[in-house]
Design a protein around this ligand. Structure first.
Ligand code: CTP
Ligand code: MG
Length: 232
């Protein structure tokens, strides 16, 4: 199995969650959200090292969570930036020398399974850019500033991007640098790769691999976890 370094961006504030602290620290079935993410990633045999990207103010809380889990892989703390893009860039600079392939997985996607990490790691042995994604279920409308519909893209060709996303580290660093130079603002790393003209391959994601963004997502995550754990 390919050896993979994993970066976990967890340096947000969780504004849309409406809570008084970073959402990844909120409780989900007795553990902080980020603990579920770390546990699932650590169960993937492909992952040899993890970089947890967080704000300085959350460092103590995040490190306490990591210590309590006593995972087999080393987990390094890396200070995040003011946007996800900046946080991932810091993460890339914090990778140990010699690392060649990286998976990037949002701390807020706490239901991703070890199998998904393994499948992404395996695919990354053959591809230099990939994104976990699932087919879109809704019909999507492209609208203008006045909310007038401009177009209805063919749903057959629409996939909802998730994380993990995986890349050749040298290439992704170059794309982040170019994004900085040109002022590109993106919400995922695959977008930087695409803007640089590099190919990004889809890896089938998981319907349950939701990003905990709003309180409703947290309720759904609890429902899914209860089912997985066989709890009423
Ligand atoms: N993230 C990060 N650094 C930032 C912003 C976000 O590492 N400056 C991380 C979040 O912690 C999260 C992931 O990127 O794990 C996806 O971002 P999102 O779901 O938008 O989380 P938040 O930015 O925390 O939430 P919100 O946008 O509602 O404030
Ligand atoms: Mg955000």
């Amino acid at each position: 199995m390919t050896s993979i370094h994993l970066l976990i961006p967890a340096a947000g504030s969780g504004r849309r969650m409406g809570s008084d602290r970073n959402k990844v620290l909120l409780d989900l079935m007795g553990l902080p959200i980020i603990a579920w993410t770390l546990k699932a990633a650590a169960q993937s045999e492909a992952v040899v090292w993890m970089g947890l990207v967080g704000q300085a103010g959350d460092r103590a809380a995040l490190e306490a969570i990591v210590n309590r889990l006593s995972l087999p892989q080393p987990v390094a703390f890396i200070e995040g930036g003011s946007t996800r893009q900046a946080s991932v860039y810091n993460g890339l600079l914090g990778l140990p020398p010699g690392a060649t392939r990286v998976l990037i997985h949002d701390g807020a996607r706490c239901l991703a399974t070890p199998d998904l990490f393994n499948r992404c790691a395996a695919a990354l042995a053959k591809q230099s850019g990939l994104v976990a994604a699932i087919p879109v279920k809704d019909t999507i409308k492209l609208v203008d500033a006045n909310l007038t519909v401009e177009a209805t893209p063919d749903r057959q060709r629409l996939w909802a991007a998730q994380t993990p996303q995986g890349f050749d580290i040298g290439l992704l660093k170059q794309c982040h640098q170019q994004g900085l130079d040109q002022g590109w603002s993106v919400t995922d790393d695959a977008a930087l790769f695409e803007q640089c003209g590099l190919p990004v391959q889809i890896v089938p994601g998981e319907e349950t691999n939701l990003k905990v963004t709003t309180p409703m997502d947290l309720a759904i995550a609890e429902f899914i976890l209860k089912q997985r754990l066989g709890q009423p």
